[in-house]
Design a protein around this ligand. Structure first.
Ligand code: ADP
Ligand code: AMP
Length: 217
């Protein structure tokens, strides 16, 4: 199964993708995570992407579609995928069709997480993650069970993203509205879009997504 989680920054795509990964053995393909790894490693892609990401703008379609194509090439045919943060533009959606086809895959569901934009700034500015394993947390909505200790790996250091500040969040939301939201009708025309209330509790959102994947949504 191949699915897209679609929604503005902070909608909960990464949170839900990692839960599906754990529950169903699907593979999360987050272009944001891949780009951040490239920036950290100082690769040519990372050097090109760094300033663009810090400004909250979009990295070029060629770069992101290239990394998705590479990553799919490393998966076996029986591994399901969750696209998180990709595609984000009409050309990326077009490339994804070509790439999936080339890898003998097809898109099963596009799940839109609908959220109240005013809540997103709070979600994003409170977001942090484990510096060791990347597990995601929130200052108010998802604190580790033991303060200062990662639930997943027991590590004690955490980090925050440089682009998770209010000003950049506004740019990222504007990019979403202008370039990403307009790709929805393309998938609606194919009858593969489902909407989930992204303002519900994390567990409820997961249950709603699982129901869609099980054909009960
Ligand atoms: P995205 O990947 O769409 O940018 P995240 O999954 O990283 O969003 O979520 C942003 C922040 O909001 C994280 O800190 C996460 O813990 C928190 N969060 C995610 N889903 C919910 C939810 N349903 N209710 C409250 N907080 C949430
Ligand atoms: P995310 O982790 O999805 O919030 O993405 C963080 C940043 O990485 C974005 O603000 C963009 O600068 C860049 N990025 C991630 N995915 C894409 C994409 N599919 N297309 C263009 N830029 C992207």
């Amino acid at each position: 199964m191949n699915i897209i989680l679609l929604g503005p920054p902070g909608a909960g795509k990464g949170t839900q993708a990692s839960r599906l990964e754990a529950d169903r053995g699907m593979v999360q393909l987050s272009t944001g995570d891949m780009l951040r790894a490239a920036v950290k490693a100082g690769t040519p892609v990372g050097l090109k992407a760094k300033a663009v990401m810090e400004a909250g703008e979009l990295v070029s379609d060629e770069i992101v579609s290239g990394i998705i194509d590479d990553r799919l090439g490393g998966l076996s045919a029986d591994q399901g995928t969750i696209f998180d943060g990709y595609p984000r533009t009409a050309p990326q959606a077009e490339s994804l069709d070509t790439i999936l086809d080339a890898h003998g895959r097809k898109l099963d569901h596009v799940i839109e997480l609908s959220v109240d934009e005013d809540a997103l700034v709070e979600r994003i500015t409170g977001r942090f993650s484990c510096a060791n394993c990347g597990a995601n947390y929130h200052d108010k909505f998802k604190l580790p069970a033991v303060e200062g200790t990662c639930d997943v790996c027991g590590h004690h250091e955490f980090k925050r993203r440089p682009d998770d500040n209010e000003e950049t969040v506004r740019t990222r939301m504007a990019e979403y509205r202008a370039k990403t939201a307009p790709i929805l009708p393309l998938y609606e025309a194919r009858g593969i879009v489902s909407r989930v209330d992204g303002m519900a509790d994390i567990e409820h959102v997961t249950a709603a997504i699982e129901a869609i994947l099980d054909g009960k949504g």
